[in-house]
Design a protein around this ligand. Structure first.
Ligand code: AIR
Length: 172
């Protein structure tokens, strides 16, 4: 059972999708990856969404670049949460995909992350899954991850201040 289904507009978006998969793997969450275009094959996108729902998907991540209508088309087919991941492909470098993904009409939301924000798309999916009745393990793992990030920040500050200190000692 794939709890998360990731639908991607083109295989050329792969560099933006790999970090999504890395995070979901790290948190041991089963996912399914599909490549389908809202413009080149909208019927197939609808089929994929319905199949995914039947197979137990709780959250969708939809990623596309340029005139990125994929997340909106996915959201039109389901009331399960859809996370939009604008891809920074094309001459406008994702400004176009960001706006086409985020500006949804009332009643059909897409929770949009930053341009090329693959890791945050995965983290947001995990936070949604953590709310499920059996989501306690994911919630705990997310809290541990936050703690690791906090400790790394403190450590980086310490290292930087030590370097400054030793540089000023060498000057005197
Ligand atoms: N795209 C594909 N179908 C609809 C859209 N918006 C996007 C892809 C990719 C870009 O167009 O998500 O970011 C270029 O796709 P391709 O396949 O031409 O390289």
């Amino acid at each position: 059972m794939a709890l998360v289904t990731i639908i991607v507009g083109s295989a050329t978006d792969r560099p933006v999708i790999d970090p999504v998969l890395d995070v979901l793997r790290k948190f041991r969450v089963p996912f399914e990856l599909r490549v389908a275009s809202a413009h080149r094959d909208p019927g197939r996108v609808a089929e994929i969404v319905h199949e995914a729902e039947e197979n137990g998907t709780r959250v969708f991540i939809a990623a596309a670049g340029m005139a990125a209508h994929l997340a909106g088309v996915v959201a039109a087919q389901t009331v399960r949460p859809v996370i939009g991941l604008p891809v920074g492909s094309g001459p406008l470098k994702g400004q176009d995909s960001l706006l086409s993904t985020v500006m949804m009409p009332t009643g059909v939301p897409v929770a949009t992350v930053a341009i090329d924000g693959g890791k945050n798309a995965a983290f947001l999916a995990l936070e949604i899954l953590a709310l499920l009745p059996d989501g306690a393990r994911i919630e705990k793992d997310l809290m541990d991850e936050r703690e690791r990030a906090r400790a790394l920040l403190v450590e980086s500050e310490k290292k930087w201040l030590e370097e400054l200190e030793s540089a000023s000692t060498m000057q005197t």
